[in-house]
Ligand binder design. Structure first.
Ligand code: BYC
Ligand code: FE
Ligand code: FE
Length: 484
């Protein structure tokens, strides 16, 4: 039997497991925000598919054993809800100078603005990603992929709800203003852009979408995991539930790129091409050559690394000290969780050499999370490399040097090649087409982006999935585009 607190009330306009009906002021604020959200979704959500019936999962509980149901839904009618992971009785603040004190159920006055800023930044990324991906439906490689795109999109919408709930419940008038502003900023806009760099980039094609969900949603995972440690318990509980949804987003990215790799290697084999660098011959097969995949990965890896902020950061130190944002897997780390006297090795440039320098651990919180992220990415790259090896092609994806192509932090002023050579800006610019997608690479990828919308059919540049969603087959009609 589920405890009532983990069941979701779907009788109300806004499904929730936070007893919304008992908090009249909050309910009013959220219901006032709702129409603006729906307008935003209709204008900035998936273009051209607002009437389509999409086979989506909806969270119906927060119990891992049965938290989701699947059914056809028109996206504007999706039941975006407010779901928090169950309260852990007796939870104490796991780190920082308040370590061991009971977690906060209300916002500590002294940390109010720092906490609001963290929540607003997290919130801002969610609608931004939906805006970035809104044109992709027109070129979907299959109905299966189209459905996965929309699943990711509605869940990012739900993540916005999760953060707006916190803003409106705990931050009064400021919170309501921030909630409004979240619907007014626009990805890529000149005068009211989204807050973080990566969320103002284009997502021009499906390869970008898969790379984004692999690399940028993975930043989401790392950041949410750090916020899930928070001493502000409502934030911790929100993020813990969001992480369950995040797993699917990264699956979409990893399996999407994996299927592209598979298709490319199979096509090379069938054509008797063993050298992955025979780019023209491989492109004639209508598939994406592995070196171009590496360049796309380089782009998404580097803009995602920038999302960690400066490696050495007093913001990071302050948020940790205050008990607001911890480290990845904080409770499993064996140290004093206060770090007043600890150091952490950080990569720096000294003269013309990269060296590792012990740095006060508190100021190196961002550096540590970035290192954890790089490790987590590598595990995924290794799985991609296994697909390549299994199909008998000699090629390995790798991650560029931490200083390559950075706009934020320790290395933002430098010109460094993917293998870590420091060079002049001119020389870097001359060679960048070898490392990052060139105009002609993008034009080639773009030439492949043609919609495939017959159930069970897949574009020629991507292999079908091994299995469908919710035990449905690869030929299931995941999206009914023109329902009568
Ligand atoms: N672009 O000390 P610094 C996700 C600003 S993704 C532009 O270096 P700090 C998702 C910074 O705001 C997860 N500006 O860094 C994924 C600050 O400005 P102010 C999102 C940047 O503060 C896919 C100044 O530079 N969640 O969920 O320690 C799809 C100096 O800051 C950038 C979070 O990020 C940048 N890249 O760390 C959908 C968690 N980087 O205030 C969703 C919440 C830094 O001086 N955010 N700046 O004007 C945080 O924890 C931190 O704010 C950051 C930055 C890690 C982002
Ligand atoms: Fe999200
Ligand atoms: Fe996500």
């Amino acid at each position: 039997m589920n405890k009532p607190s983990i069941e979701v009330n779907y009788d109300e306009l806004i499904p929730n497991n936070v007893n919304l009906s008992e908090d009249r002021a909050l309910k009013k604020a959220l219901e006032a925000w709702h129409p603006g959200y729906i307008d935003w979704w209709k204008n900035m959500g998936p273009e051209g598919f607002q009437e389509a019936q999409v086979y989506l999962r909806t969270a119906v509980g927060v119990d891992p054993a049965g938290w989701a149901t699947f059914d056809y839904v028109k996206m504007p009618e999706y039941r975006w809800g407010i779901l928090l992971a169950p309260k852990e009785e007796g939870r104490t603040i796991p780190f920082g100078k308040h370590k061991g004190e009971p977690v906060w159920q209300e916002v500590p006055a002294e940390y109010r603005s720092m906490l609001r800023r963290l929540i607003v930044i997290q919130a801002d990324t969610e609608p931004a990603s939906v805006e970035q991906q809104r044109h992709l439906g027109a070129t979907c490689p299959s109905l299966y992929d189209l459905r996965n795109l929309f699943q990711v999109n509605v869940e990012e919408g739900r993540h916005l709800w999760a953060m707006v709930y916190l803003l409106q419940k705990y931050f009064g008038k400021d919170g309501r203003e921030e909630a409004k502003a979240l619907l007014n900023r626009r990805s890529g806009s000149e005068d009211r852009p989204r807050i973080l760099g990566a969320f103002n980039e284009d997502t021009p094609d499906w390869l970008s979408f898969f790379m984004f969900t692999f690399f940028t949603d993975r930043d989401g995972k790392m950041q949410l995991a750090s916020l899930a440690q928070s001493g502000f318990d409502p934030l911790s509980r929100s993020c813990r539930f969001m992480l369950m949804e995040e797993a699917h987003h990264m699956f979409v990215g990893e399996s999407g790129v994996g299927r592209i790799i598979q298709r490319t290697c199979e096509a090379m084999k069938a054509a008797g091409i063993s050298d992955p660098n025979e780019i023209d011959a491989i492109r004639k097969l209508g598939v994406i050559d592995l070196p171009t995949l590496q360049k796309k990965a380089n782009f998404h890896i580097t803009v995602s690394r920038d999302l960690f902020g400066a490696e050495v950061s007093t913001n990071g130190a302050n948020a940790f000290n205050a008990g607001l944002k911890g480290r990845y897997k904080e409770t499993r780390i064996e140290d004093d969780h206060q770090l007043e006297n600890d150091t952490y090795p950080v990569l720096k440039l000294e003269g013309d050499q990269f060296v590792i320098r012990d740095t006060p651990a508190l100021t190196a919180i961002n550096a540590r999370l970035l290192d954890d992220y790089i490790k987590d990415c590598q595990a995924g790259l290794n799985r991609w490399n296994k697909i390549i090896a299994k199909l008998g092609v000699t090629f390995e994806f790798s991650q560029p040097h931490p200083a390559f192509n950075r706009q934020v932090g320790e290395f933002s002023e430098l010109s460094v090649s993917p293998d870590g050579k420091l060079m002049s800006k001119e020389s870097w610019q001359q060679q960048q087409d070898q490392w990052l997608p060139s105009e002609s690479d993008l034009a080639y990828i773009n030439s492949l982006m043609k919609a495939v919308t017959e159930p069970g059919e897949y574009a020629g540049w991507i292999a079908p999935p091994k299995e469908g969603i919710n035990k449905q087959g690869g030929d299931f009609e995941y999206v009914c585009i023109d329902p009568e």
